[in-house]
Design a protein around this ligand. Structure first.
Ligand code: PMV
Length: 306
Protein backbone atom coordinates (compact mmCIF):
# COMPACT_ATOMS: atom_id res chain seq x y z
CA UNK A 1 0.00 0.00 0.00
CA UNK A 2 1.49 3.37 -1.06
CA UNK A 3 0.89 6.34 1.22
CA UNK A 4 1.03 10.14 1.38
CA UNK A 5 0.44 12.26 4.49
CA UNK A 6 -1.98 15.14 4.97
CA UNK A 7 -0.70 18.26 6.73
CA UNK A 8 -1.57 21.44 8.52
CA UNK A 9 0.53 24.60 8.39
CA UNK A 10 1.15 25.80 11.92
CA UNK A 11 3.08 28.95 10.99
CA UNK A 12 4.27 30.85 7.93
CA UNK A 13 1.76 30.25 5.11
CA UNK A 14 2.05 32.76 2.26
CA UNK A 15 5.44 33.99 3.53
CA UNK A 16 6.70 30.59 2.38
CA UNK A 17 5.76 31.43 -1.22
CA UNK A 18 8.13 34.42 -0.94
CA UNK A 19 11.18 32.61 0.39
CA UNK A 20 10.39 32.68 4.13
CA UNK A 21 10.17 29.47 6.22
CA UNK A 22 6.97 27.71 7.26
CA UNK A 23 6.43 25.21 10.06
CA UNK A 24 4.06 22.36 9.24
CA UNK A 25 2.84 19.14 10.81
CA UNK A 26 1.86 15.99 8.99
CA UNK A 27 -1.45 14.66 10.32
CA UNK A 28 -2.26 11.05 11.18
CA UNK A 29 -4.34 10.53 8.01
CA UNK A 30 -3.73 10.93 4.33
CA UNK A 31 -4.06 9.01 1.08
CA UNK A 32 -3.51 5.30 0.53
CA UNK A 33 -3.24 3.85 -2.96
CA UNK A 34 -3.23 0.20 -4.05
CA UNK A 35 -2.83 -0.96 -7.63
CA UNK A 36 -3.14 -3.72 -10.18
CA UNK A 37 -0.64 -3.71 -13.03
CA UNK A 38 -1.32 -4.59 -16.67
CA UNK A 39 -0.05 -3.86 -20.18
CA UNK A 40 -2.28 -1.95 -22.58
CA UNK A 41 -5.09 0.54 -22.05
CA UNK A 42 -4.76 3.77 -20.03
CA UNK A 43 -3.72 4.08 -16.40
CA UNK A 44 -6.85 4.58 -14.30
CA UNK A 45 -7.43 6.15 -10.89
CA UNK A 46 -10.53 5.55 -8.79
CA UNK A 47 -10.81 7.78 -5.71
CA UNK A 48 -13.18 5.69 -3.64
CA UNK A 49 -14.72 8.07 -1.08
CA UNK A 50 -15.30 10.80 -3.68
CA UNK A 51 -16.45 8.29 -6.31
CA UNK A 52 -14.22 9.97 -8.90
CA UNK A 53 -12.83 7.91 -11.79
CA UNK A 54 -10.27 9.27 -14.20
CA UNK A 55 -7.79 7.83 -16.67
CA UNK A 56 -4.91 8.91 -18.88
CA UNK A 57 -6.81 8.44 -22.15
CA UNK A 58 -7.48 11.39 -24.47
CA UNK A 59 -11.16 11.52 -23.46
CA UNK A 60 -11.36 14.64 -21.24
CA UNK A 61 -12.86 14.11 -17.78
CA UNK A 62 -16.02 16.18 -17.28
CA UNK A 63 -15.87 16.58 -13.52
CA UNK A 64 -12.21 16.11 -12.56
CA UNK A 65 -10.17 17.77 -15.32
CA UNK A 66 -7.30 18.98 -13.06
CA UNK A 67 -6.98 15.54 -11.48
CA UNK A 68 -6.85 13.96 -14.91
CA UNK A 69 -4.08 16.37 -15.95
CA UNK A 70 -2.17 15.59 -12.75
CA UNK A 71 -2.47 11.84 -13.39
CA UNK A 72 -1.15 12.34 -16.92
CA UNK A 73 1.79 14.36 -15.55
CA UNK A 74 2.58 11.52 -13.13
CA UNK A 75 2.28 8.83 -15.82
CA UNK A 76 4.57 10.82 -18.15
CA UNK A 77 7.39 10.46 -15.61
CA UNK A 78 7.75 6.82 -16.73
CA UNK A 79 8.96 5.92 -20.16
CA UNK A 80 7.49 2.39 -20.37
CA UNK A 81 4.24 0.64 -21.24
CA UNK A 82 3.23 -0.62 -17.79
CA UNK A 83 -0.27 0.64 -16.97
CA UNK A 84 -1.98 0.55 -13.57
CA UNK A 85 -5.45 0.51 -12.10
CA UNK A 86 -5.02 2.69 -9.03
CA UNK A 87 -7.51 2.68 -6.15
CA UNK A 88 -7.20 5.56 -3.68
CA UNK A 89 -8.63 5.73 -0.19
CA UNK A 90 -8.68 9.30 1.16
CA UNK A 91 -8.97 9.73 4.91
CA UNK A 92 -8.82 13.52 4.76
CA UNK A 93 -11.38 16.15 3.86
CA UNK A 94 -10.73 17.31 0.28
CA UNK A 95 -10.17 20.97 -0.65
CA UNK A 96 -9.92 22.00 2.99
CA UNK A 97 -6.32 23.14 3.28
CA UNK A 98 -5.17 19.81 4.71
CA UNK A 99 -3.00 18.85 1.78
CA UNK A 100 -5.28 16.20 0.29
CA UNK A 101 -4.12 16.77 -3.30
CA UNK A 102 -0.43 16.51 -2.35
CA UNK A 103 -1.10 13.41 -0.21
CA UNK A 104 -2.82 11.79 -3.19
CA UNK A 105 -0.03 12.81 -5.58
CA UNK A 106 2.67 11.34 -3.34
CA UNK A 107 0.70 8.10 -2.84
CA UNK A 108 0.09 7.75 -6.61
CA UNK A 109 3.79 8.28 -7.40
CA UNK A 110 4.80 5.79 -4.73
CA UNK A 111 2.36 3.24 -6.17
CA UNK A 112 3.77 3.82 -9.67
CA UNK A 113 7.28 3.22 -8.30
CA UNK A 114 6.23 0.16 -6.31
CA UNK A 115 4.66 -1.42 -9.42
CA UNK A 116 8.04 -1.07 -11.15
CA UNK A 117 10.10 -2.26 -8.19
CA UNK A 118 11.69 1.21 -7.82
CA UNK A 119 12.65 2.56 -4.38
CA UNK A 120 13.25 6.25 -3.82
CA UNK A 121 14.15 8.48 -0.89
CA UNK A 122 11.37 10.73 0.46
CA UNK A 123 13.27 13.79 -0.84
CA UNK A 124 13.14 12.48 -4.40
CA UNK A 125 9.44 11.61 -4.14
CA UNK A 126 8.89 15.13 -2.83
CA UNK A 127 10.68 16.63 -5.83
CA UNK A 128 8.81 14.46 -8.35
CA UNK A 129 5.43 15.28 -6.81
CA UNK A 130 5.85 19.04 -7.27
CA UNK A 131 4.74 18.73 -10.92
CA UNK A 132 1.47 17.13 -9.69
CA UNK A 133 0.92 20.00 -7.25
CA UNK A 134 1.58 22.61 -9.94
CA UNK A 135 -1.47 21.37 -11.82
CA UNK A 136 -3.67 22.43 -8.89
CA UNK A 137 -1.90 25.43 -7.41
CA UNK A 138 0.03 27.15 -10.20
CA UNK A 139 3.01 28.31 -8.14
CA UNK A 140 3.10 26.16 -5.00
CA UNK A 141 5.88 26.72 -2.48
CA UNK A 142 6.21 22.94 -2.18
CA UNK A 143 5.32 22.75 1.52
CA UNK A 144 2.31 20.45 0.94
CA UNK A 145 4.15 17.84 -1.09
CA UNK A 146 7.19 18.03 1.21
CA UNK A 147 5.02 17.15 4.21
CA UNK A 148 3.09 14.54 2.18
CA UNK A 149 6.35 12.79 1.33
CA UNK A 150 8.32 13.22 4.57
CA UNK A 151 5.63 13.19 7.27
CA UNK A 152 6.49 14.34 10.81
CA UNK A 153 6.97 17.94 11.90
CA UNK A 154 9.30 20.19 9.95
CA UNK A 155 10.42 23.62 8.88
CA UNK A 156 10.17 24.02 5.13
CA UNK A 157 11.80 26.67 2.98
CA UNK A 158 11.39 26.73 -0.79
CA UNK A 159 14.22 24.95 -2.62
CA UNK A 160 15.88 23.65 0.58
CA UNK A 161 15.83 20.25 2.30
CA UNK A 162 13.32 20.18 5.16
CA UNK A 163 14.55 20.60 8.75
CA UNK A 164 12.92 18.05 10.99
CA UNK A 165 11.66 19.09 14.41
CA UNK A 166 11.15 16.71 17.29
CA UNK A 167 8.43 18.18 19.53
CA UNK A 168 8.84 17.40 23.20
CA UNK A 169 5.23 16.20 23.44
CA UNK A 170 2.57 15.11 20.97
CA UNK A 171 0.65 18.08 19.55
CA UNK A 172 -3.15 18.07 19.52
CA UNK A 173 -5.10 20.43 17.32
CA UNK A 174 -8.65 20.83 16.13
CA UNK A 175 -9.04 21.77 12.47
CA UNK A 176 -12.40 23.02 11.26
CA UNK A 177 -13.61 23.95 7.83
CA UNK A 178 -15.45 27.26 7.47
CA UNK A 179 -17.37 25.83 4.52
CA UNK A 180 -16.39 28.94 2.54
CA UNK A 181 -14.61 27.82 -0.57
CA UNK A 182 -11.44 29.64 -1.48
CA UNK A 183 -8.89 29.14 -4.22
CA UNK A 184 -5.28 28.81 -3.09
CA UNK A 185 -4.21 30.14 -6.48
CA UNK A 186 -6.31 33.32 -6.07
CA UNK A 187 -5.28 33.92 -2.46
CA UNK A 188 -1.61 33.53 -3.37
CA UNK A 189 -2.10 35.97 -6.26
CA UNK A 190 -3.87 38.48 -3.97
CA UNK A 191 -0.98 38.43 -1.48
CA UNK A 192 1.53 38.74 -4.33
CA UNK A 193 -0.33 41.87 -5.53
CA UNK A 194 -0.23 43.40 -2.04
CA UNK A 195 3.50 42.63 -1.84
CA UNK A 196 4.09 44.30 -5.19
CA UNK A 197 2.12 47.41 -4.16
CA UNK A 198 3.70 47.78 -0.73
CA UNK A 199 6.88 45.71 -0.52
CA UNK A 200 8.05 47.32 2.70
CA UNK A 201 4.91 46.63 4.76
CA UNK A 202 4.21 43.16 3.36
CA UNK A 203 7.90 42.23 3.56
CA UNK A 204 7.78 43.09 7.29
CA UNK A 205 4.69 40.90 7.70
CA UNK A 206 6.59 37.99 6.10
CA UNK A 207 9.63 38.67 8.30
CA UNK A 208 7.37 38.67 11.35
CA UNK A 209 6.06 35.25 10.33
CA UNK A 210 9.62 34.00 9.85
CA UNK A 211 10.48 34.94 13.42
CA UNK A 212 7.25 33.25 14.62
CA UNK A 213 8.47 30.09 12.86
CA UNK A 214 11.81 30.18 14.76
CA UNK A 215 10.07 30.82 18.07
CA UNK A 216 7.49 28.15 17.28
CA UNK A 217 10.24 25.62 16.78
CA UNK A 218 11.65 26.39 20.25
CA UNK A 219 8.19 26.22 21.83
CA UNK A 220 7.60 22.78 20.27
CA UNK A 221 11.01 21.49 21.33
CA UNK A 222 10.49 22.79 24.86
CA UNK A 223 6.89 21.56 25.06
CA UNK A 224 5.70 25.11 25.85
CA UNK A 225 2.09 24.94 24.66
CA UNK A 226 1.07 28.32 26.08
CA UNK A 227 3.78 30.07 24.10
CA UNK A 228 2.87 28.05 21.00
CA UNK A 229 -0.74 29.23 21.37
CA UNK A 230 0.36 32.88 21.68
CA UNK A 231 2.45 32.51 18.55
CA UNK A 232 -0.60 31.17 16.71
CA UNK A 233 -2.57 34.29 17.69
CA UNK A 234 0.28 36.49 16.46
CA UNK A 235 0.51 34.61 13.18
CA UNK A 236 -3.24 34.95 12.76
CA UNK A 237 -3.00 38.72 13.25
CA UNK A 238 -0.38 38.92 10.51
CA UNK A 239 -2.52 36.80 8.15
CA UNK A 240 -5.53 39.02 8.89
CA UNK A 241 -3.45 42.08 7.97
CA UNK A 242 -3.14 40.48 4.52
CA UNK A 243 -6.96 40.16 4.39
CA UNK A 244 -6.89 36.38 4.63
CA UNK A 245 -9.47 35.96 7.38
CA UNK A 246 -13.25 36.17 7.05
CA UNK A 247 -16.08 36.92 9.53
CA UNK A 248 -16.91 33.19 9.64
CA UNK A 249 -13.32 32.23 10.40
CA UNK A 250 -13.18 34.96 13.08
CA UNK A 251 -16.34 33.51 14.67
CA UNK A 252 -14.84 30.06 14.70
CA UNK A 253 -11.59 31.32 16.22
CA UNK A 254 -13.56 33.17 18.91
CA UNK A 255 -15.64 30.06 19.68
CA UNK A 256 -12.51 27.87 19.92
CA UNK A 257 -10.85 30.39 22.23
CA UNK A 258 -13.96 30.60 24.44
CA UNK A 259 -13.85 26.79 24.67
CA UNK A 260 -10.32 27.10 26.07
CA UNK A 261 -8.11 26.70 23.00
CA UNK A 262 -4.57 27.94 23.71
CA UNK A 263 -4.41 29.67 20.35
CA UNK A 264 -6.21 29.57 17.01
CA UNK A 265 -5.56 30.78 13.50
CA UNK A 266 -6.37 30.47 9.85
CA UNK A 267 -4.33 27.69 8.25
CA UNK A 268 -3.34 27.39 4.59
CA UNK A 269 -4.43 29.81 1.94
CA UNK A 270 -7.20 31.57 3.95
CA UNK A 271 -10.08 33.64 2.54
CA UNK A 272 -12.21 30.69 3.67
CA UNK A 273 -11.04 27.11 4.12
CA UNK A 274 -9.81 25.96 7.51
CA UNK A 275 -8.78 27.26 10.89
CA UNK A 276 -6.85 25.34 13.52
CA UNK A 277 -6.95 25.55 17.29
CA UNK A 278 -4.30 24.30 19.73
CA UNK A 279 -5.53 22.20 22.65
CA UNK A 280 -3.86 20.63 25.67
CA UNK A 281 -4.73 16.98 25.10
CA UNK A 282 -7.37 14.53 23.99
CA UNK A 283 -10.09 15.53 26.46
CA UNK A 284 -9.67 19.21 25.77
CA UNK A 285 -9.64 18.41 22.05
CA UNK A 286 -13.08 16.80 22.31
CA UNK A 287 -14.44 19.94 24.06
CA UNK A 288 -13.12 22.38 21.48
CA UNK A 289 -14.23 20.08 18.64
CA UNK A 290 -17.75 19.98 20.13
CA UNK A 291 -17.85 23.80 20.36
CA UNK A 292 -16.95 24.09 16.67
CA UNK A 293 -19.41 21.36 15.67
CA UNK A 294 -21.97 23.53 17.47
CA UNK A 295 -21.35 26.10 14.72
CA UNK A 296 -22.25 23.36 12.24
CA UNK A 297 -18.69 23.05 10.93
CA UNK A 298 -16.86 19.98 9.65
CA UNK A 299 -14.27 19.26 12.31
CA UNK A 300 -11.14 17.14 12.16
CA UNK A 301 -9.17 16.15 15.26
CA UNK A 302 -5.43 16.25 14.57
CA UNK A 303 -2.87 14.36 16.54
CA UNK A 304 0.84 14.48 15.83
CA UNK A 305 3.04 11.99 17.58
CA UNK A 306 6.35 13.21 18.98
O1 PMV B 1 -4.26 25.92 1.12
P1 PMV B 1 -3.11 25.04 1.37
O2 PMV B 1 -3.17 24.23 2.62
O3 PMV B 1 -2.63 24.25 0.19
O4 PMV B 1 -1.88 25.99 1.76
C1 PMV B 1 -1.41 26.94 0.94
C2 PMV B 1 -0.19 27.49 1.57
C3 PMV B 1 0.32 28.72 0.88
O5 PMV B 1 1.47 29.13 1.60
C4 PMV B 1 -0.70 29.83 0.94
C5 PMV B 1 0.69 28.44 -0.56
C6 PMV B 1 1.92 27.60 -0.76
O6 PMV B 1 2.11 27.14 -1.90
O7 PMV B 1 2.71 27.44 0.16
Amino acid sequence: MAQGHGKVILFGEHGVVHGRPALALAVQDGAEVRFEARYGGPTTLHILPWDVRIDTSDVPSQDAAPLQSALKVARALYDDDLELDLHAQMNLPGGAGMGSSAALGVAVLRAMDEARGVQREDAEICERSLAWERVFHGNPSGVDNAMAAHGGVAIFRKGEPIQRIVPRNPVYLVAANSGESSSTKEMVASVARQYERDPERVGKVFDGMASIVSNGRLALEQGNLRHLGQLMQLNHGLLSSLMLSTPTLEDMIRRATEAGALGAKVTGAGGGGCMIALVEGKEHQAQVAAALRGLDKAVYEVETKA
